[in-house]
Design a protein around this ligand. Sequence first.
Ligand code: AMP
Ligand code: MG
Length: 491
Amino acid sequence: MTKRKDIIETGWNLDNSYARLPKALFTSHSPTPVRSPKLIILNDPLATSLGLNAEALQSEDGVAVFAGNRIPEGALPLAQAYAGHQFGNFTRLGDGRALLLSEQITPLGERFDIQLKGSGRTPYSRGGDGRAALGPMLREYIISEAMHALGIPTTRSLAVVTTGESIIRETDLPGAILTRVAASHLRVGTFQYVAKWGTAQELRVLADYTLKRHFPGVGADENRYLSLLQEVIKRQALLIAKWQLVGFIHGVMNTDNMTISGETIDYGPCAFMDEYDPATVFSSIDIHGRYAYGNQPYIGGWNLARFAETLLPLLHADQEQAVKLAQDAISEFMELYHHNWLAGMRAKLGIFNEEMQDKSLIEDLLSMMQKYRADYTNTFRALTFDTTEDTVLFGTPEFAQWHELWQARLGRQEESKASSHQLMRNSNPALIPRNHRVEAALEAAVKQGDYSVMERLLGVLSSPYAHSHEQVDYCTLPAPSTRPYRTFCGT
Ligand code: AMP
Ligand code: MG
């Protein structure tokens, strides 16, 4: 009966490839049931694209799956083992409050991890309670879905349920579970774990699994493990460039929070930058600014070097040659990143072709933005719509001079003004999940049980390049505050 319901009615079409990997990589483990699950939000379009029936997911049995109270037919839940450099220090970690429920095979034959986050203690929990609070889970839902709409590779959010139980933090908070969907949860830290505590054979199995799952185009005739490294470098060079282009600050780029698939993962202390400043940090624990906006590309390179180290035994039988191959691959990261960033910045300024001086044109704009504390998103929006009158920056002679150079630059390409404008519209979001808007949505949801603020926010964030009337209100900046915005980890 249950089988019919899960498979035929709900559409769960599950497989468990990770569970077939060497035992050292995970521990089979079930979620801890919760008192009284209640569905807070369900991502209908995502459910449909996964081949799931949104209506069936909302039934009591459907919600019980999101709560960890019922294991759907065919799932073999497990906690993944991983390690990670946290703020530079190597530590043994693992899913301490999450479980890989199973893998959903979509109608198109794609495979996605279905993970429950906040589903109770696991053998990797250390001192933690294995639980998550409603506010941070809704925050991950809002920001990850906004990132997806912005065109940035990311894990997705399928549902949030409350558990009917309180969790103890500084105060008692409503407990919640997020169902996270990812191309996979393989991280740099997964490889670090196996390289440190596993066998050579386990490392090879993990690398082969990763190649098959994420890079099926890599042929048998090449150095497959070097290709793996190069492909991950390419994906991260693209991902981090995309972050920089929208002003996204991840906040905790530890190696356990860097995926192999190239998706953004772990929306703990992340936030979007308002005023342009490369030193921007929001995370309360990032006191030295290791993960500041301007540092993200360098940290990306550092993390990838840690990934490369794990692959050394597979790259070449001769250690010296292996190191040389790894170093050559890593040295390409910055160039690839810069290429992507420059291409994205050109598009943000409506530029189609390439000129040597483009980089300095862009850098001049950015340094003026920093000097006059201009809002990053709104500056590019104003340039797109030529509404450059109402900020300090736009009133300066420096800007007027820059504007003239920019206009002359646009004149030196074949494309029309109209095509330039269209390119800018498609490259400069009307809005981002502004910190004050996200906070207001969470406050209404968590304190008043009013989800309408969040639903409206999710609505406008779902088409960030629409530049529609409904979005105008959401472009406004927060009232000036004496206290800087702060975000928190692992909450
Ligand atoms: P994060 O900061 O979310 O990347 O988590 C770092 C590590 O801490 C991971 O191994 C998590 O599973 C673990 N962790 C975070 N919060 C909890 C919690 N409440 N209970 C148990 N483990 C946790
Ligand atoms: Mg993490």
